[in-house]
Design a protein around this ligand. Structure first.
Ligand code: HEC
Length: 141
């Protein structure tokens, strides 16, 4: 009975943990580019590759995960970032009554926001920040 339940539940949980089924899909990237250029580029930089834009460089969200060598761990890490990305975009960034970024939940669909994440992921990675003493220590070994 329990085993049967597990078998029945597994496909569901597997699906639920796949936050970004569109990652890497050319159609999603193309849609994401269009949505990004229309709605996000004016603050986050054209083509999501301009580190000097007024809002954060969205490629940086992946920097920590991409350093992980264990593939399974890296996949879990990227899923966490996917979830954060979806939440941050839907809710926007509003603190103490100041709107740093407006919420997008009533403007864009779930599919469009996911497509933007796929587009940002498809961009060439951000150049590393200035090295910290920890990075230099790692590089020395
Ligand atoms: C009006 C300018 C503006 C627009 C337009 C805008 N953003 Fe933002 N966004 C910001 C700012 C500013 C922040 C940083 C806010 C903070 O935390 O202080 C931010 C933060 C974020 C974050 C969190 C980044 C982090 O490092 O935690 C994500 C994800 C994000 N934006 C995605 C988007 C997407 C996707 C779009 C288009 C649908 C978009 N933004 C449109 C200004 C904007």
């Amino acid at each position: 009975m329990h085993r049967l339940l597990l078998l029945l539940l597994f496909p569901l949980t597997a699906q639920a943990s796949e936050t970004m089924p569109s990652r890497g899909a050319p159609a999603a990237i193309a849609l994401g580019r269009q949505v990004f250029q229309t709605n996000c580029a004016r603050c986050h930089g054209a083509e999501a590759t301009q580190p000097s834009a007024e809002a954060p460089d969205l490629r940086r969200l992946n920097v920590f995960c991409l350093q992980l060598k264990d593939g399974a761990l890296q996949a879990r890490c990227l899923q966490d970032v996917d979830a954060y990305f979806m939440m941050a975009v839907k809710a926007g960034k509003v603190r103490a009554g100041i709107v740093y970024m407006p919420p997008w939940r009533d403007v864009l669909t779930e599919r469009e926001i996911r497509a933007v994440r796929s587009f940002v992921d498809s961009r060439p990675p951000a150049t590393p920040r200035l090295k910290t003493s920890v990075d230099l220590d790692h590089a020395a070994h």
